[in-house]
Every structure is written in C-alpha cells, then in structure tokens.
Design a protein around this ligand. Structure first.
Ligand SMILES: [Zn+2]
Length: 371
C-alpha cells in the first residue's frame, strides 16, 4: 500500500490507505484513491492471465491475492442495430458479474489489513461476489439485504456460506444497518462496493484488458451500465494508466432511476438523490449514489455523455443480446441499449471502435426471463 492515499471528493481531506475507512470522516463524502497509476505494458507477465497481471497499478500485491482466476474475459465482435461493436463479456467472471473484479481486490485488501469478518449491504451481484471471495479467503461474510430480495439471489450468497440478515425499509436503511453492525465489531470491516475506493481499483481492470485485447489501444467510445458507478469510475482510472487517445465514456441508466443522467444534463457538480420507480434493470436502481462527483467527472472529463433507457428499449435490446447467444440479465443490456438509442437519436459519435460492457449473467435472473 506504499504510496497509496485516499482523498475526499468533496472537501479534499487526505489520508494514507491502510485502515478500514470507507468515507471521509470530516464531511462524510466518498473517498477517491490516489496511487501508482501509470502502467508500463512491458512489465506485464504474459503467463499471468488473471487481473493480477496489473499488480503494478493495484493496491494489493499479487502475492497476497485471494483469487478465483478472475479477469481477461472475452472481447468478441457483435452487432447492434446492424452496427459492428465489441462486446466485453464480464458476465463470465467467477460469480457471474463484473463485481468480481472489485470484490477480489477489496477482500484481499481488507484481509491483508487483518479483518476476518466483512459486512456487506447488497441485494444482488455485489453480495454474491463479496461472499464468494470471503469464502475463498476463509473470511466470514455478513450480508444485509432488503426484505424484498428475491430468494433466488440469496441462494447464491448463502451457498458461499455467508450469513444473511433481511432488513425492512429502504435501500439506505439496509446500508445503515450494515454500517452499524460493522462499527460494533472490532474484527469486522464494512466492505461496501458503493463506498469503498479499493473496490473501484479492481473494476478498472476491464478497460486495461480491452486495451490489450485491441492490440495496445483504447476504443473510441465505451457504453456502460451505471448504478453505483464503479465500472464508470474504474474506466476513468484505467484511462489514466495508459497513453491515449482515450475513449469517451457513456453512462447508461434505466429511465426509472436515472439520477446521474439528470444531474449530467442539468450541469450539476454532484448527483442529488431521486425517488426511483420500478425497472427490470434492478442492478442500476441506486437512487442516491455516493460517488456522484467522481461519476460526473469521469463522464465530462472523457468527452462522454449519459443516456436514460426506457423499459421497452431495454427489453428489446435484451432480446437482441439473447439472440446472439448472450444470456445476460436486464441490467447488463443497458450499455447496448444506450448505443442503440444514441444511434437512433443521431447523436454525434466518436469515430472508431465501440466497446459495450455486458455486466451480469442471466442465469441468476431466470424468473425475469420467464416474465
Ligand atoms: Zn470530506
């Protein structure tokens, strides 16, 4: 962790990375991570096929990795509305979602600091990912989930041996219950995928892989699902690791819960909370994302934009992906839907290759496919 610090996105407070602090103690805003972030491609070990090949720009050394072989997911050619695109298949990671990238690094980091019990709040892919890596590392995992969470999703979490506590109330009340439980236990840490800056350092590896898979260059644009923002902020961190030209980052949210799109279009500096309605893209239903400033900074700084996707376009795009052999969950279709919408609305597109990140497996969402 030498050379790694966390800096508050709102008030600028800074401290060394080396404790379980998950947000700024002064103002309560999200941390951003600062550290060695220039990747020397010549340093990459060709025999290491996991994301730990990027250890030069990760806050945990490969020798202390808790790993399930995550990383280097396929990048395949596909078609959307007749246009060629690249599809990055992150739903093929060990637990079935891109969250494994963040979970591998975060669980390894907290284990290295001496924590033996992680407390998590999530109703979906993040809980599964963190529970799996805790199981792999021999750590206990306690998941707080909304009482409305579907039993199918909790089955995977329980299979990994995690303890599950169901909480009545809003998503924010679930998070508060997890934070209280972690604070009351000296060997426990709050391992939040929405708050912890180390989680993002894992998610950035998807774009480093794309850079290699395209033969040592970035695409012109990337379209990604955005809820808590770890994929997006990770992409911004990956841009800093390698020379450009760099891609425009396009954030896709369900119209029913699009606080980032709304804030981007208003020109706001941060993302105020909204009241969401229902959407099939439940993985992106985050009404009060903690890392609003970092998300807006990544979209604007990259020359990207944001698209809000209605349910009809989402379902139609989901079918297009299924009919290409990609059985993914609804949230995972947001990036592809945003690309189609941008084409249909005639939005000026950067010249060059387009990468769509496909984030979560449909195998966990069979009930939605039946509907
Ligand atoms: Zn602060």
């Amino acid at each position: 962790m030498a050379g790694w610090t966390v800096i508050c996105e709102r008030c600028g407070a800074e401290q060394r990375l080396g404790n379980a602090s998950w947000r700024c103690p002064r103002c309560g805003a999200a941390w951003a991570l600062r550290g060695p972030d220039r990747l020397d491609p010549a340093s990459l070990d060709p025999t290491e096929r996991t994301l730990w090949r990027y250890e030069q720009v990760l806050p945990v050394p490969r020798s202390e990795a808790i790993s399930l072989g995550e990383g280097m997911t396929p990048l395949i050619p596909g078609k959307l509305s007749g246009h060629p695109v690249w599809l990055k298949l992150d739903f093929l990671l060990p637990t079935g979602s891109f969250k494994d990238r963040g979970a591998a690094i975060l669980v390894s980091h907290l284990c290295r600091l001496g924590y033996r019990r992680l407390v998590v709040d999530s109703s979906g892919n993040a809980a599964a990912a963190l529970a799996a890596y805790c199981a792999a590392g021999g750590l206990a995992c306690h998941v707080f989930a909304p009482a409305t969470t579907s039993p199918a999703k909790l089955a995977q979490v329980r299979a990994y041996g995690a303890q599950v506590t169901l909480v009545e109330g809003s998503r924010e009340q679930v998070a508060a219950a997890a934070q209280r439980a972690a604070a009351a236990d000296p060997v426990a840490a709050y391992a939040s995928h929405n708050w912890h800056p180390v989680f993002v350092e894992g998610t950035k590896t998807w774009l480093l892989e794309v850079w290699e898979q395209l033969g040592g260059r970035f695409p012109a644009a990337c379209f990604l699902p955005v809820g808590g923002g770890s994929l997006l902020i990770g992409a911004w961190r990956a841009r800093q690791a390698l020379p450009g030209p760099h891609p425009a980052l396009v954030a896709a949210q369900p119209l029913a819960c699009a606080p980032v799109v709304e804030a981007f279009e208003r020109g706001d500096a941060d993302v105020p909370p909204i009241t969401p309605s229902t959407t099939l893209a439940e993985g992106a239903r985050i009404a009060a994302p903690p890392r609003g400033q970092q998300m807006l900074g990544a979209i604007r700084g990259s020359g990207g934009w944001a698209e809000a996707i209605d349910e009809d376009l989402l379902v139609d795009t989901l079918r297009q992906l299924w009919r290409q052999g990609l059985y993914v969950e609804p949230t995972a279709a947001l990036g592809a839907a945003a690309f189609r919408q941008a084409l249909e609305r005639g939005r000026p597109m950067p010249e060059g290759e387009v990468v769509i990140v496909v984030t979560g497996s449909g195998l966990k969402a069979g009930d939605l496919a039946l509907e």
